[in-house]
Design a protein around this ligand. Structure first.
Ligand SMILES: *[C@@H]1O[C@H](CO)[C@@H](O)[C@H](O)[C@H]1NC(C)=O
Ligand SMILES: *[C@@H]1O[C@H](CO)[C@@H](O)[C@H](O)[C@H]1NC(C)=O
Ligand SMILES: *[C@@H]1O[C@H](CO)[C@@H](O)[C@H](O)[C@H]1NC(C)=O
Ligand SMILES: *[C@@H]1O[C@H](CO)[C@@H](O)[C@H](O)[C@H]1NC(C)=O
Ligand SMILES: *[C@@H]1O[C@H](CO)[C@@H](O)[C@H](O)[C@H]1NC(C)=O
Length: 384
């Protein structure tokens, strides 16, 4: 706790120095001209468009009040408004990154391969273990889509050299959003002999493999977001069987430890990748500590509700019932008057308000390692 605090203060002061250096050094209004995005529902801007594979309790993402804030229409984003990746696009002075599956979208400045509900571990693993109500796409599927997307560029796969892939990665940021939360959630949801430890081992393996492959092809600037405090979501309180042990911030201890441990192993892997690809800049986005900061100091960030969903039914402490007819977007299910005062939106996904705060904590530098301004500085120096 204490050591984390001092670490934060140190990185904060470093990032302030870097920040002033950048504003003088960079003539670029756009630090990057393109962003390739991967992830799950926390990052998906519309790829989960197949209603037959949508997780049943979250099947109404194409209906209001999803999208009621800012877009004022449903956009297949799991929030009332913008996601973290949308705030990142704004900060980079780029248009929002369109979903890969929308073939008519203009992808000049970026494309988003993230799929809601998707896992890090391939679908075949879940099938083999009789866990069938899983979105069939995985992070590996997203890498396949990426390869399809760049077909014709001369850069085809892991055997391509960085020289062949220069056009693909020049001036590009690779953003690997949160992934693996679903892998754990799917095994929590049903009776299975698959353990959380097994999921951790496999999810990290596939996550690392995909990042490694992108780096091998020539990615130079990469952001990898860790898992957030998954024990703080209303559904975690409902899905983990009682007795529910709570941690210091009032969340489900076992789930917050699961995501914390996942992040520790992931960071060790990223450390290894930094050594293996010394010319790349790999930033770890510390969502877990950013979320914890906000859960601990909700009022300071303008929130009055930490655990109660804005959009849901059933009342009580969480206002969510894991029944598809009663979750956000289903006919007759209401949302709160002021979503910006709530942290949680639908039981599992968060409000635009929280996404805005988390983005700012990340962009300002304290909740990333190395700080995001350092990545901008490196990109500016190499003339991106
Ligand atoms: C969603 O699917 C419909 C029907 O297949 C299609 O017309 C639409 O373009 C798709 N949208 C996206 C973003 O993929
Ligand atoms: C796909 O992109 C086009 C161009 O931006 C947009 O007009 C259209 O609404 C998008 N389709 C979907 C289903 O989001
Ligand atoms: C796509 O966007 C870029 C950059 O804004 C623009 O130059 C280009 O003309 C657009 N392409 C199409 C087909 O509209
Ligand atoms: C999955 O279900 C099938 C058929 O019920 C059964 O034979 C098999 O042993 C199960 N596999 C696992 C890993 O539970
Ligand atoms: C878990 O393993 C035990 C012992 O092998 C077996 O009896 C049981 O059916 C398994 N449960 C599931 C859900 O696969």
């Amino acid at each position: 706790m204490y050591s984390f605090l001092s670490f934060t203060l140190v990185t904060l002061s470093i990032s302030i120095c870097l920040h002033s250096a950048i504003s003088q050094a960079s003539p670029h209004p756009r630090p990057f001209n393109k962003v390739y995005v991967f992830g799950d529902s926390y990052t998906d801007t519309g790829n989960l468009n197949d209603t037959t594979t949508r997780p049943s309790i979250f099947q109404h993402v194409d209906s209001l009040p999803y999208g009621r804030t800012f877009f004022h229409r449903p956009t297949n984003r799991y929030s009332d408004g913008r996601l973290v990746i949308d705030f990142i696009a704004e900060s980079l002075n780029l248009p929002y990154f369109p979903p890969y599956l929308n073939k008519t979208a203009n992808t000049t400045h970026g494309v988003n391969f993230a799929v809601s509900g998707c896992t890090a571990i391939p679908f075949s693993f879940f099938l083999k273990n009789n866990i069938t109500s899983v979105v069939p796409q995985s992070l590996t599927t997203q890498l396949t889509w990426f390869k399809d997307y760049i077909k014709g560029s001369g850069c085809n796969d892991a055997v391509s050299t960085p020289a062949e892939c220069k056009a693909v990665f020049d001036g590009a940021l690779v953003w690997i959003g949160q992934i693996s939360a679903n892998d754990y959630n799917y095994i929590n949801l049903i009776g299975t002999n698959v353990t959380s430890k097994t999921v951790q081992k496999l999810a990290i393996k596939y996550q690392t493999q995909v990042i490694n492959e992108l780096l091998k092809m020539g990615a130079k600037y990469v952001v990898v977001q860790g898992l957030p405090t998954t024990g703080c979501f209303p559904l975690s309180f409902l899905l983990v069987p009682p007795p529910t042990e709570l941690d210091q911030i009032g969340c489900v201890a076992i789930k917050n430890k699961e995501s914390y441990d996942h992040n520790m192993v992931l960071q060790a892997k990223l450390h290894g990748l930094r050594n293996k690809f010394p010319s790349a800049v790999i930033v770890y986005g510390d969502d877990w500590h950013a979320y914890r900061e906000v859960y601990e100091n909700a009022g300071k960030y303008g929130f009055i509700e930490r655990f109660r969903t804005c959009c849901g039914s059933g009342g009580g402490a969480y206002n969510v019932v894991p029944d598809p007819r009663r979750t956000c977007g289903a006919p007759g299910v209401m949302s709160c008057k002021h979503p910006s005062r709530y942290m949680n939106w639908d039981g599992l996904h968060v409000t635009e308000g929280l996404n805005r705060v988390v983005s700012k904590l990340f962009l300002d530098g304290a909740f990333a390692e190395p700080p995001f301004p350092y990545l901008l500085k490196k990109a500016a120096e190499s003339g991106v």
